[in-house]
Design a protein around this ligand. Structure first.
Ligand SMILES: [Zn+2]
Ligand SMILES: [Zn+2]
Ligand SMILES: [Zn+2]
Length: 426
């Protein structure tokens, strides 16, 4: 019986054991359920100032996906005092150091600023210092620069770039004597758009070595660079010129040995042909627009001059005391200024165009042989000319008025014949 029980028991254990084995769970394969759970084990990259933190998606089982997601906020920028152009708020001026925004390495700029570097210098892009607001120049009511202001003088500037605008107005001219005796100046740039440099504007600027004149220049007054003994000229065929980098031969300043102009010359400066002994004849080329004060003064051997119609301005005394025998003023000229033909003892006749409305004092003073005036206009046109004093030689000469066809009325008339020669209608 005991043995039977043992058998039953072992059988039961076996069956029970078999039952246990047979009940083992046959689990289906686990499907990961990847979710956006921001926990440190799933962190891919930490947050920076430009990017949020990046995490891998994760399953509850701990498995990480290759899919990622961003979470949280970017970190604050780390603004530092880094000196770089992109952070510059305002350059240094004569009052303040340069001002920069603080910046993060990522490039972000703070609204916080810091100063750096040294106090700067005065700067005058429009003739008034952008830092201390003081005016560098005095300016006339026609916006012509008349010279340094009292404060400007104290600066003793050596290099000077003239402004094209002052107080919001265009500036195109330099008045006479504006920079007379400015012995600190070594280099001056007169920018493009300037048309007028007055008489003696830079006279006796003894340290001036370099000047840049604009191509726009139409007037250069008497002695503008007189006694600028260190001024460097550009030489062409032994003659001297001033100009700019683009055209170094803009202004003929001195020629005492030939009549060969550089083809880019536009102006003849005052006294340019002084001391040219033996000059007998000159054809001024049609590139020339301006003949300076006394340009041919006292060239007593000079008998013949042709002036092209490109010339619009003949400054005073240009042909004074020359040996000119006859001259044709082109109809591009509106004034025969003071002393222009004074003391021209050989001048017998002159053609004056209708465009001339002004004849200055002494223009023909003591030009005693002047006998014929060939006027391009009528008698009534002549009365419109404003004639200055001491011009008896002009007034006592016989005046002929222009008539293309043979006149039917009495009076003195002339015309150009088929060869372009002056012919008096008899
Ligand atoms: Zn899982
Ligand atoms: Zn940053
Ligand atoms: Zn200043």
């Amino acid at each position: 019986m005991k043995r039977f029980l043992l058998l039953v028991l072992s059988l039961a254990i076996t069956v029970f054991g078999m039952a246990l084995v047979g009940c083992q769970p046959s689990t289906p394969p686990h499907e990961h359920d990847f979710k956006e759970i921001a926990e440190s084990t799933a962190l891919k990259t930490e947050a920076t100032c430009t990017h949020k933190a990046v995490y891998f998606k994760s399953c509850e089982c701990g498995e990480l996906s290759s899919d990622t997601f961003e979470y949280g906020e970017t970190t604050p920028h780390d603004y530092k005092e880094t000196v770089k152009d992109s952070a510059l708020v305002k350059g240094a001026d004569c009052v303040n150091r340069a001002l920069y925004k603080k910046s993060c390495d990522c490039g972000a700029l703070s609204s916080d600023t810091f100063e750096y570097g040294e106090i700067g210098t005065h700067a005058f892009p429009e003739g008034v210092c952008t830092g201390c607001n003081q005016a560098l120049f005095n300016v006339s009511n026609t916006n012509s620069i008349t010279g340094f202001s009292d404060w400007g003088k104290t600066l003793k500037l050596s290099k000077l770039l003239l402004p094209t605008r002052i107080n919001g107005a265009d500036v195109t001219s330099i008045s006479k004597e504006a920079f007379l005796n400015c012995s600190s100046l070594t280099e001056v740039i007169i920018p493009e758009s300037y048309t007028y440099v007055g008489a003696q504007a830079f006279r006796a600027c003894t340290k001036l070595t370099k000047i840049s004149l604009p191509n726009s220049l139409t007037f250069l007054g008497a002695g503008a660079f007189e006694f600028c003994n260190n001024l460097q000229h550009n030489v062409y065929n032994k003659a001297e010129y001033l100009g700019n980098d683009e055209n170094p031969y803009l202004v003929l300043t001195y020629n005492n040995n030939n009549t060969d102009f550089h083809p880019n010359a536009k102006l003849i400066a005052s006294n340019a042909f002084a001391n040219f002994y033996g000059l007998t004849s000159i054809d001024i080329p049609d590139t020339i627009i301006f003949i300076g004060n006394g340009a041919f003064n006292s060239n007593s051997s000079l008998k013949s001059v042709t002036i092209p119609s490109s010339v619009t301005y003949i400054d005073a005394a240009a042909f004074m005391a020359t040996g000119i025998e006859s001259i044709v003023i082109p109809d591009s000229v509106s004034a025969i200024l003071d002393n222009t033909f004074a003391l021209c003892n050989n001048l017998k006749n002159i053609v004056i165009p209708r465009s001339v409305t002004e004849i200055g004092d002494f223009a023909f003073d003591l030009s005693d042989r002047l006998s014929k005036i060939f006027y391009m206009g009528s008698a009534s046109d002549w009365t419109n000319i404003n004639i200055g004093e001491f011009n008896d030689s002009l007034l006592f000469a016989t005046r002929y008025y222009y008539s293309e066809n043979e006149p039917t009325t009495d009076g003195n008339y002339w015309h150009y014949d088929e060869n372009g020669e002056i012919e008096i209608w008899e």
